[in-house]
Design a protein around this ligand. Structure first.
Ligand code: PMP
Length: 289
């Protein structure tokens, strides 16, 4: 039986409920994280909890726990559910308010932690490559709802996914209001051109923890990554494109807006980084975190 944590109590899937006055439900007023456990070991847990606190700070949300308390609770939820390979979802909502917007009318911040058994997000597409499309919906502008905040308001991302689904594509790629490449609907994006790896700076996208892992892996392999603005042209003319995310892991993109990327198969650089990522997360060896 799944055990879901809400404010220091554990509930079954059927019993785990929030109020209709929860501001996370009413307004997307809250923050969250998506975290992986590989072989019973939680990957980059501290980094995720740091980002959760940064997101909370950015929306002026009081967190009635210390970082180490949240770390302990996440570990406890994973252990209680006896899962080795899992996806973990901690959520902080502003709590119960009224139908007005005012966050001051909300009670205590609510902490929810859900875990579920891991299922690879893209199945066979890790070897075949994803078909992606750029979408008309622009990424939330940095001066409206900064994409660095991992807030419960994911409607921007869902609108992108709706467009990708309508076009029969596997993933959506966002541009920002200036036409610069931002990120995928739930992952960061990289291009490879003439053996050089490039990715946009993290102003118009989420500072992905897997993105940082790609930088670490690349350093290990003596591969340079340039952080630079990218446009549509860079996507269409890349030799390789891949995305990175906790749920997506590292996934090759082999088609964008009907253009074939490289020779249409996952590229050598992408495969090298994917292999190293597997090694790091323990799928081929021992987990290190
Ligand atoms: N961008 C968005 C919009 C995301 O939702 C995610 C997933 N958290 C990412 C990028 C990748 O971040 P991470 O590698 O930390 O999962």
């Amino acid at each position: 039986m799944v055990e879901i944590f809400i404010d220091d109590e554990f509930y079954s899937e059927e019993e785990a409920k929030v109020s209709v006055y929860d501001h996370g439900l009413l307004y997307g007023d809250g923050v969250f994280e998506g975290i992986r456990a590989y072989n019973g070991v939680i990957f980059k847990l501290e980094d995720h909890v740091d980002r959760l606190f940064d997101s909370a700070l950015a929306i002026n949300l009081d967190v009635p726990y210390t970082k180490s308390e949240i770390i302990d609770k996440i570990i406890e939820v994973l252990r209680r559910n006896e899962l080795e390979d899992a996806y973990i979802r901690p959520i902080l909502t502003r709590g119960n308010g009224n139908l007005g917007l005012d966050p001051n009318k909300c009670g205590e911040t609510k902490l929810i932690i859900i875990v579920q058994e891991w299922e690879p997000m893209y199945g066979d597409l890790y070897s075949e490559g994803l078909d992606a499309v750029t979408v008309g919906t622009r990424r939330n502008s940095i001066d409206a709802l900064p994409p660095n905040i991992k807030s419960l308001n994911y409607l921007n991302n869902i609108l992108a996914k709706i467009e990708a689904n309508a076009k029969g594509a596997d993933e959506a790629i966002f541009l920002d209001n200036e036409g610069k490449v931002s990120e995928g609907s739930g992952d960061n994006i990289f291009v490879v051109k003439d053996e050089k790896v490039k990715t946009p700076p993290t102003l118009n996208n989420l500072k992905g923890i897997t993105r940082s892992t790609v930088f670490e892996i690349a350093e290990d392999l003596n591969i340079d990554i340039e952080t630079t603005n990218l446009g549509l042209f860079d996507l269409y003319t890349a030799d390789e494109v891949f995305v990175s995310g906790t749920a997506a892991e590292i996934a090759p993109i082999t088609q964008i807006d009907g253009r074939t990327i490289g020779n249409g198969d996952p590229g050598q650089m992408t495969k090298k980084l994917m292999d190293k990522f597997k090694e790091l997360t323990g799928e081929k060896g021992k987990p290190i975190h």
